[in-house]
Structures are given as C-alpha cells and as structure tokens.
Design a protein around this ligand. Structure first.
Ligand code: FMN
Ligand code: EPS
Length: 389
C-alpha cells in the first residue's frame, strides 16, 4: 500500500486541484482542521498583497462521504480568488499594444524558473512558466499534507514547525516538545517562540522590503510519536531520511536540508555525534540524545524526527537585478511582479506538511491496509512485537 498525489493549476488560474490516491477508508476528516492549516500557510510577516486577497479553503469533491474517506481517490479544490482580476490576462491571446501584451513576461527574473522554463518548454511568454512554478501550488500540497497529518494523528503522531533564522537574525535554541512548539509559535508573526526575536525579525524584514530586496532563512520541523522502523536500509529509494530530503528540497526556493544536527556532523567527532542506546523498562529502547534527528540506517529509531531546511531569498525583487530581454537579447532589468519579501514563516508550514506526507506514506507502506481498522490492527501487532523484542 502506498499513497500518492498530483496537483494541477496555475497561480492566477481559477483553482488548484489535487487528487490523492491510496488513502484507506474510515479516516475521519476534520475539514476545519485542513482549512486551519491552509490559513497558517497564508500568514507571516513579509508576505505580499496576494495573501490579503486569498482566503484558502479546501473543497473536497471526491472520495469522502459523511466526513469519512471511502477508499476512493480524494479530490480537492482550492479556489484562487485572485482569478477574477486575472481572467483576461490568462485567457486572452496577447495582441501587441493590448493590456494583455503588457503583462507578457519577457525579462526573466534571476533565481526564478522563468528563463530555464522558457527555454525548456519553448515559451516566449514566460508567464506560462511563472504560473505553474509559483509557490501558490504549495497551498494544494498543504491541503494534501493536512490530510496526511490527520491520518498520523490517529496513531498519536504529531508535528510542529518553527523558524530558526531569517537572514542575519537567529532565534535562540530551544528544545521544546511538539505541543509546546505549537502553543508558543502559533501567535507569532514569524513563527518563533521568543517575542524579542519576533520583533527583531519583523523590523529586519521591513527594512529589507523597504530597500526593494528580499530575504530567506532556516526552518525546522519536529515529528513526535513516530514508531521505530519506518523506511528501510535495504534499498536506496526506501531510505526515509532520503525521501524526506527530496520532499523538503522540492519546496519552492529551498536549497538545503538537514536531519538532526545535519552539516555539523561533519565538524564533530563520532563520540560527540552518535546517540547512545539505552533501555528503559516499559519504554523499551531509546537514545540518550537525538543528534541524528530520529534516523539511523534510513529508518526511524523512535526518537523525534527533526528536519531543517534552508530557503533562499525570494527571487522577485522590487529593485530588480540585471537580466536579458528574451525578445531583443539586450541587457535589461528583470520583470517586477507582485511579490513577497519574505515567505520563510509560510515555508515552515509547507515543510511540516511535506514531511507529514512522507511519514504517512512510509507508515502506510509498513502497516498498510484498505481501512483504518485493518491498519490499526497491523500497527498494534507490530508494537507488540517490538515490545516483546
Ligand atoms: C511560500 C512561498 C512563497 C513564495 N513567494 C514568492 C514570491 O512572492 N515571489 C517570488 O519570486 N518567489 C516566491 N517564492 C519562491 C519561488 O516560488 C521559487 O524561488 C521559484 O519557484 C523557483 O524555484 P527554486 O527557487 O526552487 O529554484 C515563494 C516560495 C514559497 C515557498
Ligand atoms: C500565491 C502565493 O504565493 C505566491 C508565490 C509566488 C511565486 O513566485 O512563487 C509569487 C506571488 O504571487 P502573486 O504575484 O500572485 O502575488 C506569491 O503571492 C501563495 O503562497 O498562495
């Protein structure tokens, strides 16, 4: 058993669409909780005007009856409210001198998908690239991930995220549990625990925005309650840490991933890195520390999964960089499209959901069944086996 999803839709098209395949039957869906996650993704200091226009909600249009999955593919739709202002630009063939032609994108933005996408798909209007490469698509991924999250919650697996750094400003380290993190970051405009850091980050983002520039950062996600043995060492594409890395790298603008202490593991000695194994009556095997972020051998080890990702600064700059006009091949400043200045807090929410998806997928591969009852029985059987070991 496995799960997969596909998304479709353009940022200024009518809607985003997702189809999820492989969900078991009997999963109770909390629609409000899906919408709550979508709303979290829209927030964050530094977002542009688009987020004031949208009010993302997932409309489930297949695979669910009376609030429960049926085992059929789940289809969902997230409407783009901004479509109302874009339908002519999206639908009308641009004629020279027309408003639509003025919105044609022909001065590719360094750092965005514009030029590579134009060359690859042979588009002379780079809007055809921009529309799908936009991180608007992450709304659909969060909706799918929010369903995965609810599946995991049924097995006591919980996820939280936080912002660790925005540009030069680093948040003080903490070792909070998922519940504490959820409680203490939710009200923060930049998804940090510490109010002083929040104020500093806000002022810093404002300054960068005023200069027509943009800024990236580092986000972290913690997953608690994960059983030992998700993923496997036996084949490269079954290593769950590798799959999580792929999922995180696939988020727009992400340039790196770490599990646990990550790159610091290249600096420290073995005795400073590896987590000593303990055995506790009633609790079973555990580790004295969690520097390896819950993974050994591509498998979960029962400790919290800790993942970090780094997001580069937003490519669209109000004070644009140099580029080349694809019509004339002359140097020109890059196109300026409405944009966020910093989307790191939003990206942390996206990361929680792509990680939730990968863990749910590995969970279903291991304990898979066609109904929640069947999966629960498989899971309990395995937990009993681990306990007897
Ligand atoms: C939540 C979120 C919001 C983003 N907002 C913008 C934006 O407003 N303007 C922009 O140019 N890029 C934005 N990006 C980044 C681009 O989507 C991304 O850089 C682009 O798709 C190119 O892909 P790559 O950076 O992964 O190579 C955003 C990314 C995320 C995750
Ligand atoms: C729409 C979203 O993010 C968008 C991601 C994005 C990009 O280039 O990635 C560019 C901006 O689009 P627009 O020009 O319409 O404002 C962001 O707002 C979203 O997160 O829902």
């Amino acid at each position: 058993m496995s799960i997969r999803y596909l998304t479709a839709g353009e940022t200024h098209g009518p809607q985003l669409t997702a189809i999820i395949e492989g969900l078991p039957s009997q999963l109770k869906l909390d629609f409000e909780a899906i919408n709550f996650q979508l709303a979290r993704r829209q927030k964050g200091h530094g977002r542009g005007r688009r987020m004031q226009i949208e009010k993302d909600t997932a409309n489930i249009v297949g695979g669910v009856r009376h609030g429960y999955t049926t085992g059929a593919p789940v289809a969902l739709v997230v409407e783009n409210k901004d479509w109302a202002s874009w339908s002519s630009i999206m639908n009308v063939e641009p004629i020279e001198g027309s408003d639509e032609e003025k919105r044609r994108v022909h001065r590719p933005r360094p750092g965005h998908a514009d030029l590579n996408g134009g060359l690859k798909y042979n588009h002379k209007d780079l809007r055809n690239v921009l529309e799908r490469s936009s991180a608007r698509e992450t709304a659909a991924r969060v909706a799918c991930g929010a369903i995965a999250r609810q599946f995991l919650e049924a097995f006591g697996i919980k996820i939280a995220g936080q912002v660790i750094r925005i540009g030069e400003i680093e948040a003080p380290a903490n070792n909070l549990s998922v519940d504490e993190l959820i409680e203490r970051t939710e009200a923060s405009s930049v998804r940090v625990v510490d109010p002083e850091t929040e104020a500093k980050m806000e002022a810093y983002i404002d300054e960068i925005k005023k200069e027509g520039d943009s800024i990236g950062g580092i986000v972290e996600c913690v997953v608690e309650g994960v059983p030992v043995g998700l993923g496997s060492y036996v084949q490269y594409d079954r290593k769950l840490d590798g799959r999580i890395a792929q999922a995180v790298m696939s988020i727009n603008a992400f340039k790196g991933v770490e599990i646990g202490i990550g790159f610091e593991a290249g600096v420290l000695r073995g005795s400073q890195v590896h987590d000593e194994i303990l055995y506790e009556e009633g609790k079973g095997y555990t580790r004295a520390s969690n520097r390896l972020g819950g993974f050994e051998g591509g498998m979960t080890n029962g400790m919290p999964v800790v993942v970090r990702g780094v997001m580069k600064p937003i490519p669209t700059l109000y004070k644009p960089l140099q580029t080349v006009d694809i019509d004339t091949k002359e140097p020109y400043t890059a196109q300026v499209e409405r944009s966020d200045a910093c989307a790191v807090p939003a990206a942390s929410v996206v990361m929680e959901h792509v990680v939730a998806w990968e863990i749910a997928k590995a969970f279903l591969e291991k304990f898979g069944g066609d109904s929640m009852d069947e999966i629960k029985a498989n899971y309990e059987n395995y937990l009993a086996q681990v306990e007897r070991y």
